[in-house]
Design a protein around this ligand. Structure first.
Ligand SMILES: [Zn+2]
Ligand SMILES: [Zn+2]
Length: 245
């Protein structure tokens, strides 16, 4: 059974936008803000053996556009990952969602089958897979069987998926790129074996509190940086912890 480790939910997005103008982190409307599900404690040692490459060769993250997704969002995600992680991002042709993943009532897609699809698509040369969609994603939580999410990643797994739907992309939220960056840093972080972090300033925090919890996230804390090791770009904004304290 795969460990699904994070669900970011921001159904309060519309309300947050209305209330705070340019506030960027919408978290929850009808429910607690960020219900990133905590991972089951598993192997906390990051196995980076798969990243061992000849000098100068970066590990490959394969980006899979899913369903409807704008090219500008694909380009943004490539730039965003490149700013955070020392990896090479390869874009593959767009895929359709698994038909069985569709939740007609909420017009959204269950994330589990999407992660399974990404796992199946993963070529041996890719370290991780990341799906990107402009459509709405959901996952079963204690709150709802079809809880809307921003993204989800597997602890020490092969795949994660993120959606711009609840980031305000369709409303031209000016803070969407910043939000997407934190979501991607977090979800890929889970695939790199990062659990949720108790430090509220850390990108890996479990933001189960308020709608503004993402605003507290500044960088990876030293402990999370140690786990990421060489995967975190030293010049990434998320590697500058001391400057944020
Ligand atoms: Zn998480
Ligand atoms: Zn941390």
């Amino acid at each position: 059974m795969k460990k699904i480790v994070r669900i970011l939910s921001i159904s309060l997005f519309i309300a947050a936008l209305a209330a705070s103008g340019s506030r960027f982190h919408p978290r929850a409307i009808a429910a607690p803000p960020d219900s990133r599900n905590i991972a089951q404690p598993g192997n906390t040692q990051n196995d980076l053996s798969a990243v061992q490459k000849p000098p100068g060769v970066k590990p490959i993250i394969q980006l899979v556009p899913l369903g409807k997704v704008k090219k500008e969002h694909i380009d943004l995600l490539v730039r965003t990952i490149d700013e955070i992680y020392a990896v090479e991002v390869l874009i593959v042709p767009r895929s359709e969602f698994p038909a069985a993943a569709y939740v007609r009532a909420g017009k959204r897609w269950m994330a589990d089958p999407v992660l399974e699809l990404l796992d199946r698509m993963k070529p041996p040369q890719a370290l991780k897979m990341i799906g990107l969609t402009d459509e709405d994603l959901c996952a079963a939580t204690e709150k709802s069987p079809t809880w809307g999410i921003l993204g989800i990643g597997m602890l020490n797994g092969s795949s994660c998926v993120v959606s711009t739907w609840r980031l305000g992309a369709r409303f031209n939220n000016p803070r969407m790129p910043e939000l997407l960056s934190k979501v991607v840093a977090h979800e890929l972080g889970h695939t790199f074996n990062l659990l949720h972090c108790p430090d509220r300033s850390c990108v890996m925090q479990d933001a189960s509190g308020t709608i503004r919890s993402l605003d507290h996230e500044k960088a990876f804390c030293p402990a999370c940086q140690r786990t990421l090791g060489a995967l975190l770009r030293p010049d990434s904004a998320y590697a500058h912890w001391s400057e944020n304290q």
